[in-house]
Ligand binder design. Sequence first.
Ligand code: DC
Length: 243
Amino acid sequence: MAPGAKPDRVAGENRLVVAIDGPAASGKSSTAHRVAMRAGLYHVDSGALYRAATAAELRVQPDVSRWTEAGLLTAVGVVGLEARATGFRPTISGGDIEAEIRGAGVTRHVSLVAQMPGIRAWVNEQIRALARRYDIVVDGRDIGTVVFPDAALKVFLVADPWERARRRLSERFERQPTEAEIAEETGRLVQRDARDATQTVQAKDAILIDTTALTQEEQVSRIVALVDAARGRELDRGSAGGG
Ligand code: DC
């Protein structure tokens, strides 16, 4: 279904926001994507916006030691958001950047960019602008705490670091990784968790789901059921307020 097929919201009308937060490789993005498809929401990957900002700056200034927040804020002028069937993807000058933002260069430097308050404000404004028009499921680190503290549903996904590393490598290699490979990736993940710890916060009213022992289908089903329940609550609130 094309985004245009789902009705835009009228200004001032309530729209549904589902926040999915959690650490790196907790399966947030793929889960959020599937939840969007099943529940008829648009998926927005906030990490992809931090990655797009990083990619835009890498294009104009490959020397990372010369990066400044002001430079980054200029560079993001070329970043846009393109509507896809199930959500929005960042672009640079209208071009597809999916492979570029998942590459090693962007991954190495994105934590630095994500610590710049001006860039955080820019990302948050992009997402809030979408939420004024669409029912969305957003995945990230601080969506339920900072970006949408009033989200109708907040989920915080966690999984054992070893299992997160195993899943990530199985996807990347398309084979079962060895224990040595998993051990090395676990070390990298834990270091990344430490770098992103400041902004990775579980909201007090978030529902914690530990996916270590769940299949992706199980976690998606749980969240879709939670979305249905949240929609029911929003409808009740709307009719109570209206009548
Ligand atoms: O989820 P990811 O690996 O694509 O995130 C990329 C980087 O952006 C990572 O350093 C965490 C950061 N991030 C953040 O600080 N806040 C968000 N809401 C999403 C991502």
